[in-house]
Structures are given as structure tokens and as C-alpha cells.
Design a protein around this ligand. Structure first.
Ligand SMILES: Nc1ncnc2c1ncn2[C@@H]1O[C@H](COP(=O)(O)OP(=O)(O)O)[C@@H](O)[C@H]1O
Ligand SMILES: [Mg+2]
Length: 278
């Protein structure tokens, strides 16, 4: 108990400093979690999620997984800044707070884009992002981030665990993840259920200051996307260069036409780095 208190005090003192510099904020989180490694309930620089577990991520693993939006010096991070700014402008104009990320087919880079976008949003000091792994068929967010959690969306959906217990702050200020550790059977039914409707409602209302980004399966894989989209404000489609055919892209656009399609991201572009991710 004493160590938790100490860690909270420490994080609180360092919060003032962290407001001046995101780097200091990261270091505050690291020091706080190092102070009480057995207790993951450590204060975050953001007072809103003092109960959220803080888990330090492996920077080399992140880079190998192409998660780079937090590294300002990385040659690709600027592309996610640009995407972030465009996405936020459109969402703000329309008062939208929840965004789904999908693609026509798998392996398009949807999860990579969703994570980088969520981190990019959290890089803005006046924004907070929450990333939810609702690709219940092939959940990849935890693996890409290097997270291994005992309580995740699996327990929230199947055992009624409290949503706060599944939330993780991966050492990046203002960024919270709701990971899914294992595939969930009958995923379309689950995503269309009243339980998930209530969960999305809670994420919208209880965490009204956050932009919620939801990683979804591909549009053409099953009806999961169509089951969940009525509960989400808008959708972004990621197309992997050479991954989906023209017909698959057109069919996906047609299925998404009744929802608010924010735009299409061309990922895995062969163009020189300056144009990658357009
Ligand atoms: N811009 C990119 N360039 C090259 N490879 C990429 C790019 N984006 C993602 N990948 C790789 O493509 C694979 C699929 O990415 P992932 O995000 O899991 O796709 P999805 O969620 O659409 O199935 C991963 O191995 C990932 O590292
Ligand atoms: Mg994925």
C-alpha cells in the first residue's frame, strides 16, 4: 500500500513537469511503475484514469511492429501526424468521437494504422485516445504492442469483468488501450449484442473527453463490421497497396456507403518515404 501511495505522490509531483514536456511525462510513468512493479495501479499524468494499469512497452518491439507515431524523429511518424490532423478535423466538424478502422481484406495494415493513429492523437496535449480491439476474430493489438494481459476485453465480454480492469496505459501519456487477448467465438453476434451496445455507450459517455478508435476485422471477412458500425460515429478504410483487388475495394466502399466514411488510407505504398502512407 505504502509503495502505491509513494508512486502516486511521485507521479503527482512529476505531473507538473510533465505538462511542460511529453518526454518528462513518459519518464514520470516509467519511474512510477518502476517504484511499484507489483502494483499496476499507478497514477497516470492524466487524472482521469488514475485507476488504469500502466505497463511499460518495449521500444524495439514497437518499432519492429511498425508502431512509430510516438517517435518524433522517425521518418514515418509525420505521416501519422498528418493523418491524425485530417481525421480530427473531420471528426470535430461533425461532433464525432468514435472512429472504426477497417479494410476490404486482411493484412492491409489496419491494426498498425489504428494503433499509430491512436498514439498520434494522444501526442496532442489536449487530446486523449482510447483504442479498442474489436477485431474479435484476429485480435492483434496486444501482440503488436507487446502486451500480455490477464484481464482484457475477453473477460469483459464473457465474464462481466469491469471495463476499467481491462484498460491499460502503455506508458504513453493520454493513450489507453482496451486489448483483446484471444479470439472470441461468434464474433458478429457478440458485436451486435446489447452488451457491446452498452459498452460502446459507456465508452462514449463516461469517457466523453476521449477519441475512441476501434480496430475491426475486414469488411469482406464477415458481417462483424456491419454489426458494429451502427454504434460508431464514422469509419476509416485502410487499403493495403497490392493487398485487395479493385473489385474488393469497390464492394467494401459500397457496403460502407450507408455509414460516415471519413476517408481511405493507402498503406504499404511503394512510393519514396515522403509519400508513404498516403
Ligand atoms: N506500411 C506498411 N508497410 C509494410 N508493411 C506493413 C505496413 N503496414 C503494416 N504492415 C505489415 O502488414 C502486416 C499486417 O498488418 P496488420 O496491421 O496486422 O493488418 P490487418 O490488421 O489489416 O490484418 C504486418 O506484418 C505489418 O507489419
Ligand atoms: Mg488487424
Amino acid at each position: 500500500m505504502e509503495r502505491i501511495k509513494e508512486a502516486i505522490e511521485k507521479a503527482k509531483t512529476q505531473r507538473e513537469a510533465s505538462e511542460a514536456s511529453p518526454q518528462a511525462a513518459r519518464s514520470a510513468i516509467r519511474q512510477a511503475s518502476a517504484t511499484s512493479p507489483e502494483a499496476l495501479t499507478v497514477a497516470d499524468p492524466d487524472v482521469h484514469y488514475q485507476k488504469t494499469s500502466v505497463v511499460e512497452l518495449d521500444l524495439a518491439h514497437l518499432e519492429n511492429s511498425r508502431i512509430v507515431a510516438h517517435q518524433k524523429s522517425h521518418p514515418v511518424s509525420w505521416a501519422f501526424d498528418l493523418l491524425r490532423t485530417q481525421v480530427l478535423q473531420k471528426m470535430d466538424e461533425n461532433g464525432w468521437r468514435t472512429l472504426a478502422v477497417t479494410s476490404p481484406t486482411m493484412e492491409s495494415g489496419k491494426s498498425v494504422v489504428a494503433i499509430n493513429l491512436a498514439i498520434g492523437i494522444a501526442q496532442q496535449t489536449n487530446r486523449t485516445s482510447l483504442l479498442v480491439d474489436f477485431d474479435l476474430r484476429r485480435p492483434r493489438v496486444a501482440t503488436l504492442l507487446g502486451l500480455q494481459r490477464e484481464v482484457s476485453l475477453n473477460q469483459v465480454l464473457t465474464e462481466g469483468a469491469p471495463i476499467e480492469d481491462a484498460m491499460v496505459n502503455p506508458g504513453i501519456p493520454r493513450f489507453v488501450v482496451l486489448p483483446t487477448q484471444r479470439p472470441v467465438p461468434s464474433s458478429a453476434e457478440v458485436l451486435g449484442s446489447s452488451k457491446v451496445a452498452a459498452l460502446m455507450g459507456e465508452l462514449r459517455e463516461h469517457y466523453a473527453d476521449r477519441i475512441v478508435i476501434v480496430d475491426l476485422p475486414p469488411v469482406l471477412a464477415a458481417d462483424d463490421v456491419l454489426a458494429l458500425l451502427p454504434r460508431i460515429d464514422c469509419v476509416l478504410m485502410v487499403v493495403g497497396n497490392g493487398v485487395s483487388t479493385r473489385k474488393e475495394i469497390e464492394e467494401s466502399m459500397s457496403r460502407l456507403s450507408k455509414f460516415n466514411l471519413l476517408g481511405v488510407v493507402l498503406n504499404k505504398d511503394d512510393a519514396p518515404i515522403g509519400n508513404a502512407y498516403y
